[in-house]
Structure formats: C-alpha cells, structure tokens
Design a protein around this ligand. Sequence first.
Ligand SMILES: *Cc1c(COP(=O)(O)O)cnc(C)c1O
Length: 394
Amino acid sequence: MKERGYFGDFGGMYVPETLVPALEELEKAFVKYRKDKQFRKELNDLLEKYAGRPTPVTFAENLSRMAGCKIYFKREDLAHTGAHKINNALGQALLAKRMGKKRIVAETGAGQHGTAVAIACAKLGIECDVYMGEVDIERQKPNVMRMELAGARVIPVSSGSKTLKDAINECLRDWTTNVRTTHYLLGSVLGPHPYPSMVAFFQEVIGKEARKQILEEAGELPRAVIACVGGGSNAIGIFKAFMNDNVELIGVEAGGKGIKSGKHAARFSDRKTGRVGVLHGTKTFVLQDKFGQIMNTHSVSAGLDYSAVGPEHSMLRKKGRALYTYATDKEALNSFRLVSRVEGIIPALESAHAVAFALKYARKCSKEDVLLINMSGRGDKDLEYISRFAGKKT
Ligand SMILES: *Cc1c(COP(=O)(O)O)cnc(C)c1O
C-alpha cells in the first residue's frame, strides 16, 4: 500500500475528522487480513464455489476474423451476478464480518453494485442497507427487486439530482453516525484511503487469472489489455498483473454524445473540464466547471457515468504507464450489437466501450497480434434500456 494512500500526486483521505478513526480502523483490518491465511482461504472458497471463479478467457474467433488480429475476452460476465463487482463485494463483506460489523451500507447508481452487495450480505448473513437516488430507483426496477429479494433495504435518496452522487453523500452520512456497528462497502477504486487500494486488491484476481490463461490460450502475452473505466475497478483489476510486462494498458472512458457536446464522462479525454480536484474523499481527475462545481455526466452505460475517476488511474496516466481514451454511446451500441451477433455474447454496455476501442486499435495490428479485452459484465441488464431508447435496430 502507498504511503498514506497516495498514488503519486493523487488519492489521499479528504474527509471530515469524524470519519478518520473509521478509515484508520478499516485500514488496519485490511492490512492485517489481506495477509491472513484463514481469511484468504475463506475468500478464495467464496470466489470459487459461490461466485464461479476462475472465469474463463475466451477466444473471440469471429470477431477476430473481422478485426484482423486475435481478440480474447476475460469473461467477468460469467461471474455470479453477471459482473466483476461481486469480487469486491464478497471481499469487503467478509472483511466487515471479521471486523465484527453487524451492518453494511452501500451506495448504488444503476443498482449493479447494490445488487452485488445485497447478495454478498445475504450469503454472509449481514444486515444490508443500500442508498439509491429516487431517479435511479425509477429507472432500475429489476435491480431494486433483486436487492430486496436478497433481503436488503433500499433507501430512496431525494436530495440533489436524486442519483449516484447524492446516494454516496447519504451513505457517508449514515456511516458517520453508525460507524461502530457499520461498514461502508464502496463499489470502485474511489473514495478516501484505504478504499482505492483495498478495492484494487479484491479485483486483482481478474488479472492474475487472465495473465495465466492468455499465456495458455494464446501462447504469449497480449500486445494490449483493454478495459472500460468508470471508477476504474475492473480496469485496475486486470491491469495490475501486466504492470511489469511489455504490454500496453488501455482504459476506455464513456465518450457519451461526443467530447465537444459536454455530455460524456470522459474525465481524462476532455481537457477543458477534466481537471484535478477532490470528490468524495479523494484527489483525482474530476469533471468540473470553471468554478470547480462538479459537472453532470452522461453515458448510455450507468456504470461509467460518474464525474471522478480512481486516483490510481490518474497516476498511471501521468506516468504514461496506461493510456486513456474513450468510446461514444453510438460506438458502444454498435459493438454491443456486433459482439452479440457474431460471438453470441451479450456484453454489458460498459464493456462494449472497451470492445469499441479495441476494434479501432485493431486497425494498426497484424494478424498475429493478441488483444485482451476485459468483458466486465453481461448485458442482460441493458436490454430494457436498449429496446426503449436505442431505436429499432435490435
Ligand atoms: C460498474 C461496472 C463498470 C464500471 O465500474 P469500474 O469500477 O470502472 O469497473 C464496468 N462494467 C460493468 C459491467 C459494471 O457493472
């Protein structure tokens, strides 16, 4: 773990004093249990026998033929609950249990993280409250139902824009009041230290598996590893294992309706509004206006629709170790349809952003080049949105 939770110039612990003891308690527990044999065994058992790990790496044969290089998918879409979020939810829930916490609170936007948390809590027998904006509750009925079926209480948030960032604020407020009994289970490599390091730790399993698998399947390391970047947890999770290899690491943000439109979540690609700032306890790239007010974001994929990016990504970009680019709504929707049709895999709209950029990148590749795309989740959750908003082509 980095000194006091900094990644170069980014990260840190920008929180009210009342939260510092809780974060320190959490850091201590994390440092202790990450090395604890019994804890690791229990977590591995959960990941294998409950969440379905290891997830495979699949050669996307038909897509490869079209793209003119070898494309492989790391199949987080096959994990229980349909995305990588379960890795972190199980890890933190188990940690909370070891810390003697009786209750877990979580924020959720589209309900994907909330669902993973509710399910982890059901499995481990922990009380669970999920804060969710009223607007999101209206938009994401099936996920609200999934959370409630798993025994969680979904608490509607009616402040501000009634979406994710307001849910995070309410969640932090709850945690501040109930810190003795409660753990706050944050969903990505965001927030104050130790969350970015801790969530990365629980997601590293993706890259550890994938590096071994691609060496077996392709017989070599990939030329590039490509992942979509919301908060950045699936990307960090797969990047980590390739950090010291001669492999390009590429993060793909949500380009929404295009950078010039201002309707996107491209914190790195929009040089005008994407600047260093502090949001929800961490110093990183944040979309903000010239007065430092947080800008609203837009994306077809709820999972990429957030104004800040994980601080470790800000460092990787500054160091030049990873490259960041974007794909637009339209490009992601096209890839969503293409992968469904030629591979029979319906990708999450988030993951479709990574595919969209991979197809562009493939133009400069030779037939022998290997690309590894993190298929962060499956697209079943997006079908209603697609049929309602994205036209008649489906
Ligand atoms: C939440 C989500 C993301 C974005 O979160 P990261 O922390 O950036 O990984 C990406 N893909 C899927 C399928 C998601 O559910």
